[in-house]
Design a protein around this ligand. Structure first.
Ligand code: PLP
Length: 353
């Protein structure tokens, strides 16, 4: 793939910010280059020095876990940063566009709007699968990015792998992003292993879900090293803070936590689904490969308001395409799920179905 053709020329030619530590590698020295406070931070641990802009240690750890080389990894302040940088790298408001497949994660459209980039929407099918033929028909000379979310938020299901291959084989004049934020909860392999086969593929993942690190803000984009270099060139130099880097390093050493969390969430998802099936106000429980379920309820809005009143906060997705009367429920602790079921039962007893 001739990457230069699909990257904005001013980005391709950009001379990046040269960071204070570019000229010296090592942690011992008298550092008088970055206008930091030499004394410390007034905390038990010191954070007075700027962090590693390329996050070498965590990338090495992630490379091992994800079985790919470190030069194929970009780390962002959440995957939201990677989404935004990618749009800024490839799209102008005049001559570019992106394709998204609603109902899906809202940030693709928000980032596009923020950058004044037109969006073509091709809704999922009634079964919440990719409308492959329509997507391929919608591709034109302005298409720079196609966003595919699998498992999809808010529907929870994986996209058919064959459909993704069809799109990968049909679109080579821009980039295809597969957002795998919830892949750790599914039984499907990641598309990271397909990067060699498809040079236009960018896979995104995050530590905000199965890894339990949403507050630290660490998102990952996996792509050809040429694309990763461009990400690194245009990102704010110190986009991942030192405290985040330290804590992520520790968390990645504790792989048991992730495995056990996934197991716990899967068991409790099955239980929650089983309990919901006994409630008359529940119309449909959609299949989920993620850590949440989308459920269609009778009088969804009223139920949602009732739950909020009782301090149970779910996500009403009823106003999204193909999601009428549907609420997205994250799998909580066993006790939290029980309380949710209890409150839903009371709601429907009070308000005859
Ligand atoms: C599909 C999807 N992608 C990306 C994100 C953002 O993840 P991060 O916390 O890494 O910004 C989310 C967050 O909910 C999501 O649902």
């Amino acid at each position: 793939m001739d990457y230069k053709k699909y990257i904005l020329p001013h980005i391709w030619d950009l001379k990046p910010y040269s960071s204070a530590r570019d000229d010296f590698k090592g942690s011992d020295g008298i550092f008088l280059d970055a206008n930091e406070n030499p004394i410390g931070s007034g905390l038990a641990e010191n954070y007075n020095r700027y962090p590693d802009p390329l996050q070498v240690h965590i990338k090495d750890q992630i490379a091992q876990v994800k079985k790919c080389s470190a030069d194929k990894i970009f780390l962002g302040n959440g995957s939201d940063e990677a989404i935004d940088l990618l749009i800024r790298m490839t799209c102008t408001s005049e001559s570019s566009s992106i394709i998204v497949c609603p109902p899906t994660y809202g940030m693709y459209e928000v980032s596009a709007a923020l950058n004044n980039v037109p969006v073509t929407t091709i809704n999922l099918t009634a079964e919440y699968q990719l409308n492959t033929d329509l997507i391929i028909k919608a591709i034109d000379s302005t298409t720079r990015l196609i966003f595919i979310c699998s498992p999809n938020n808010p529907t929870g299901n994986l996209m058919n792998r064959e459909d993704i291959y069809t799109i990968l084989n049909s679109f080579k004049t821009g980039f295809i992003v597969i957002d795998e934020a919830y892949i750790d909860f599914s039984d499907e392999p990641s598309f990271i292993q397909e990067l060699g086969e498809f040079p236009q593929l960018i896979v995104m993942q995050t530590l905000s879900k199965a890894y339990g690190l949403a507050s630290l803000r660490l998102g990952m984009a996996f792509a050809n090293p040429t694309i990763i270099k461009l990400f690194n060139k245009i990102k704010p130099p110190y986009n991942i803070g030192g405290a985040t880097q330290q804590l992520v390093q520790k968390a990645l050493e504790n792989s048991h936590f992730v495995t056990e969390s996934i197991q716990y969430i899967k068991i409790n998802k099955s239980q929650l689904i089983a309990d919901l099936k006994h409630i008359d106000g529940v119309l449909t429980i959609f299949h989920s490969d993620a850590n949440f379920i989308l459920v269609k309820f009778i009088r969804a809005q009223e139920l949602f308001d009732y739950l909020i009143l009782h301090k149970i906060i779910a996500r009403n997705r009823s106003n999204l395409a193909l999601c009428n009367d549907s609420i997205r429920i994250t799998i909580g602790l066993e006790s939290e799920n029980k309380e949710l079921i209890h409150k839903i039962k009371i709601f429907y007893t009070k308000n005859d179905v």
